[in-house]
Design a protein around this ligand. Structure first.
Ligand code: ATP
Ligand code: MG
Length: 342
């Protein structure tokens, strides 16, 4: 019994030692953990500093390479100087590129247009010295792969965005040197937009949605067509009192075309107007655009992914990677009903 007790003593001493050893290990681990974490932290901050530094260097390098900031600075300076006189008298023509446009013949002439987007610390050149012209009354299709710069180009010609450099002559105005305020005036007066999404107000009827376009028209501009005539051009007279949710996709798109048309624009810009429609509806919308072009002489610029749709245009501009790859003139544009849809 006594022996047994004695035997237990060393055991408990050992236990204590183990406990102490364990405690020491825990403390050491804590310490080493702390040291380890501190080491990680300092490595991370070094890494971060290095990354920030390399990002800065990269931006400086790219900026020097592309001359982006310099381009913007020059353009802003010229905009402050020229915007008033350009908007007051479109005939005062100022070219950054020193070229002579034919504004009688061409409603759009762009020369060496560049656009770079700065995002996430890098410079992406989206348009690379693009030059192209569009004659008054033409239907032009812009084709090309996704991300090729079609919408960017359309936004620049439509005065929604500004090029970094180059001349953007639209209806006699060089948009490259117009201030934001003057660009808004320009758009209101001359440009109509139609997008893939119809953006109709759901609580208004077809006619009321079109009336919005009428109200947006700049004061003093004479509308060549009455509301009823516009609704007739897009073939919606029987549906005029329907709400958007009572109409098909094609009908809703025609309402949005009528809304853009109500202010009697010189140019109608359409970004994938048939992108969300089936074959029959798409044909219908394309027919509407052609009839507008014929009756009102409105220039129509149409962006599409569909090669077939290009066949209805007078001119096809193919874009790829920020360049114009090819320009084709269609001597005999096709009727939408003869297109072979995939
Ligand atoms: N505001 C922006 N900021 C940064 N990058 C942009 C901006 N707008 C467009 N981009 C980039 O520019 C490139 C061209 O875009 P854009 O919308 O012009 O192409 P797209 O030809 O119209 O393509 P899709 O056929 O898909 O509509 C894309 O890589 C896009 O990510
Ligand atoms: Mg696009």
């Amino acid at each position: 019994m006594k022996n047994q007790k004695n035997k237990k003593i060393p055991k408990s001493i050992t236990g204590k030692k183990v406990l102490q050893a364990k405690q020491k290990l825990v403390n050491d681990t804590k310490k080493s953990k702390k040291i380890y974490l501190e080491e990680i932290k300092s490595t991370l901050s070094e890494y971060k500093d290095k990354r920030i530094q390399s990002k800065k260097e990269r931006l400086i390098y790219l900026n020097q390479k592309t001359g982006h900031k310099k381009q913007k600075k020059t353009q802003n300076k010229l905009t402050r100087k020229l915007s008033n006189s350009i908007i007051d008298a479109s005939k005062i023509f100022v070219s950054e590129e020193g070229f002579e446009p034919d504004t009688e013949k061409n409603i759009i002439e762009i020369k060496n247009v560049e656009k770079t987007y700065v995002s996430l610390g890098s410079y992406n050149k989206i348009l690379k010295k693009i030059s192209v012209s569009v004659e008054r009354g033409e239907i032009v299709a812009i084709l090309g792969s996704s991300g090729g710069g079609k919408t960017t180009l359309l936004n620049i010609i439509g005065g929604l965005d500004k090029a970094d450099s180059g001349d953007v002559l639209v209806n006699g105005y060089n948009l490259s040197f117009l201030s934001d305020k003057h660009l808004t005036l320009f758009r209101r007066k001359y440009i109509g937009f139609v997008f893939q999404q119809y953006n109709l107000l759901p609580s208004l009827t077809a006619k009321e949605n079109v009336e919005i376009g009428f109200n947006l028209a700049s004061k003093g501009k004479i509308n060549v067509l009455t509301m009823d005539e516009i609704i007739d051009v897009v073939n919606l007279t029987p549906r005029r009192n329907n709400y958007p949710n009572q109409m098909s996709g094609g009908e809703q798109q025609r309402v949005s075309i009528a809304r853009a048309l109500a202010k009697n624009p010189e140019i109608l810009f359409c970004d994938e107007p048939t992108g969300a429609l089936d074959k029959v509806m798409a044909e219908n919308v394309l027919d509407t655009l052609i009839s507008i072009n014929k009756r009102l002489k409105t220039t129509v610029i149409l962006i599409t992914h569909n090669q077939q749709i290009g066949l209805i245009a007078n001119k096809v501009i193919e874009m790829d990677g920020g360049n114009i790859k090819k320009i084709t003139i269609n001597e005999k544009p096709m009727s939408p009903k003869n297109l072979r849809w995939a």
